[in-house]
Design a protein around this ligand. Structure first.
Ligand code: PEP
Ligand code: MG
Length: 315
């Protein structure tokens, strides 16, 4: 099967039964645009904007940000581009955002919480994004990181609309947001699941700490059950549910995530080819069967083994 993969032409993501599963790119700056297009990305599912802020002494102006966003959007005419607003916190301290020391930075004033405490930075970023969207014909979606409540969702979506953005959603990377996905998605246009943080918070294991790295397994059924909550809510409300954490780059797990209700997958451009090839080998019915097998396992390793056992020529 591996040998056939390199022969799969670059094309839109789809299951064997023709169900489209758009395959999008994760990008950390506008420099990656050409590479993502060459790898067949159908758009951008996660544009991380931290690079604009992390080395700066003061927040970049609307004009400075605008140029970067316009370059990104021009690379994807007519395509969906999901931009995440600044995801900083006490572990990536920004003097102009939050300089109070914290003992548990992952549980502190980070992501949307930090932006909200310094709202002008968020307003400027959304203003620059709206301006870039107005001057290009990409389909810009904006989303907020580290959202843990329905009220935060309402706050972010209202602010994005006030500043002229048409499509606003949230990342689901905290268990509370996944468990209340029906309420969260009632407020937002879409959800995008960040499996890196969702795994960290579900297993209560710092994703940056080597001594607990074995807990950072997105195959863990506890994580997958949370993904299922979001998938179900998205299906019930007719709203898109993307995956933008590293899990989407694992070809077999990508199929499981589709079986749990993911409608798009976003990953580093280098992973697009293998994921595209794997999706083409399975129908939606099979993806759902894989998901069911993984959900009832006791841990990540057995979930993966249970799915592999369902493959036609598993080794
Ligand atoms: C995630 O948490 O899965 C995610 C995509 O965001 P980041 O890795 O930037 O925290
Ligand atoms: Mg995250």
């Amino acid at each position: 099967a591996r040998a056939q993969r390199s022969a799969v032409p670059v094309g839109p993501g789809a299951l064997a039964d023709g169900t489209p599963i758009p395959l999008l790119a994760n990008l950390g700056s506008a420099e990656g645009v050409e590479g993502a297009v060459a790898a067949g990305a159908e758009g951008v599912g996660l544009f991380r904007t931290e690079f604009l802020f992390l080395d700066a002494k003061t927040a970049p102006s609307v004009a400075q940000q605008y140029g970067h966003y316009a370059k990104l959007l021009r690379g994807f005419p007519g395509r969906k581009v999901v931009v995440r607003v600044l995801d900083a916190g006490a572990d990536k301290p920004l003097s102009f955002l939050n300089d109070a020391p914290e003992e548990n930075p992952a549980l502190g004033l980070r992501g949307l919480r930090a932006l909200r405490a310094t709202e002008q930075i968020l307003r400027d970023q959304l203003t620059a994004l709206a301006r870039a969207a107005g001057e290009t014909d990409a389909d810009l979606w904006v989303m907020a990181p580290m959202v843990s409540t329905v009220e935060e969702t309402r706050y972010f979506v209202a602010l994005a609309r006030e500043l002229g953005l048409k499509t606003a959603g949230v990342m689901v990377e905290v268990p509370s947001a996944a468990l209340l996905a029906d309420r969260v998605l009632a407020e937002a246009d879409f959800a995008s699941i960040g499996t890196n943080d969702l795994t960290q918070y579900t297993l209560a294991a710092d994703r940056l700490l080597g001594s607990v790295a074995s807990f950072q397994d997105p195959w863990h059924p506890a994580v997958l059950r949370l993904v299922r909550e979001v998938g179900r809510a998205g299906a019930a409300l007719g709203k898109p549910v993307g995956i933008c954490g590293e899990a989407a780059a694992d070809p077999l797990l990508a199929v499981v995530l589709v079986g749990l209700g993911a409608t798009t997958l976003s990953m580093s451009p280098s992973a697009l080819g293998d994921v595209r090839a794997e999706l083409l080998q399975h129908t939606r019915e099979q993806a759902v069967a894989f998901a069911d097998a993984a959900l009832t396992a006791e841990d990540g390793a057995t979930a993966r083994a249970a799915v592999r056992a369902l493959l036609p020529q598993h080794v």
